[in-house]
Design a protein around this ligand. Structure first.
Ligand SMILES: NC(=O)c1ccc[n+]([C@@H]2O[C@H](COP(=O)([O-])OP(=O)(O)OC[C@H]3O[C@@H](n4cnc5c(N)ncnc54)[C@H](O)[C@@H]3O)[C@@H](O)[C@H]2O)c1
Length: 259
């Protein structure tokens, strides 16, 4: 039996779009969704990793395509949705997961440029994706949208004002959208990950075991997450197995926000 208990999640013939699709969580989710039968569009800035991931999924019998997107560009985001629909014939689920960590520093010294760059990707990027995905889903019978926030989107954290603020914004976008469209067969939820061993996390700890232990200790479960643990939750939210869940913040955080 599947250790997670989500073994019944089925995504057969669903078309699923994943931004940040070549990164740690996005890649794990793309691989899992393809294994469960979905046709996956991997959207990211990183074209080379996108090509490699499409090849890997295809080798394992799955179906995937890559689209290069900058989620801060509205024309890119609209083209990404159009590409998904024209390539695979629809859009049933979207995982708006692209994000970046702009750096640590006290609020009273935090550079405006870093703030603007981070907000553009982490919050405005999610707004643009939800906007254009909804435009399609409203006209074509519904769907499921999952946005990626963070434990920094539901709690405060020192020296990370941009990340904390923009990830709170992602929770707000999710609730606003869910309140607006849940009666139209569209569910919108937000994944709230704890620290997860991805390229972003590894860059943040810079190989420093003390920092890793410090971060792990903030999670009552006593460790950081694996990307596959986020993928399981995202796939569940994208599937009909979560059919009564909308507007929800789903903590996959090893107990972090419980403290
Ligand atoms: N790793 C963690 O500890 C952690 C914890 C909580 C939340 N998150 C969030 O999870 C999400 C996934 O992060 P990850 O840990 O897999 O990081 P990652 O760095 O491995 O992946 C992020 C991906 O987003 C892409 N990206 C960045 N800017 C983009 C843009 N403008 N347009 C399109 N793509 C862009 C990157 O190329 C990368 O592939 C992010 O939103 C992140 O903020 C991560």
């Amino acid at each position: 039996m599947d250790r997670t208990g989500f073994e019944k999640v089925v995504l057969a013939d669903r078309v699923i779009l994943i931004t940040g699709g070549t990164g740690g969580m996005g890649k794990a989710t793309a691989v899992l969704c393809a294994q469960r039968g979905a046709k996956v569009v991997i959207a990211d800035l990183d074209e080379r990793s996108g090509g490699d991931l499409v090849a890997e999924i295809s080798r394992n019998g799955g179906t995937a395509a890559f689209f290069r997107v900058d989620v801060t560009s509205e024309s890119d985001v609209k083209a990404m949705v159009d590409f998904t629909v024209s390539t695979f014939g629809g859009l049933h689920g979207a995982f708006n997961n692209a994000g970046l960590e702009t750096g640590i520093g006290p609020l009273h010294e935090y550079p405006l440029e870093k703030w603007q760059k981070g907000v553009a990707v982490n919050m405005t990027g999610v707004f643009l994706c939800v906007k254009h995905e909804l435009a399609h889903m409203l006209a074509h019978g519904g769907g499921s949208i999952v946005n990626t926030s963070s434990v920094s989107g539901v709690t405060g954290f020192p020296d990370m004002v941009e990340y904390v603020a923009s990830k709170h914004g992602v929770v707000g976008i999710t609730r606003a959208a869910a309140a607006e469209v849940s009666g139209k067969n569209i569910r919108v939820n937000v994944l709230v990950p704890g620290a997860t061993e991805t390229p972003m996390f590894l860059k943040l700890i810079e190989g420093n075991d003390e920092v890793r232990d410090f971060v792990a200790a903030k999670h009552p479960i006593g460790r950081v997450a694996k990307p596959s643990e986020m993928a399981e939750a995202a796939a569940w939210l994208l599937s009909d197995s979560s059919s009564f869940v909308t507007g929800a913040s789903i903590n996959v955080d090893g107990g972090y926000a419980a403290l």
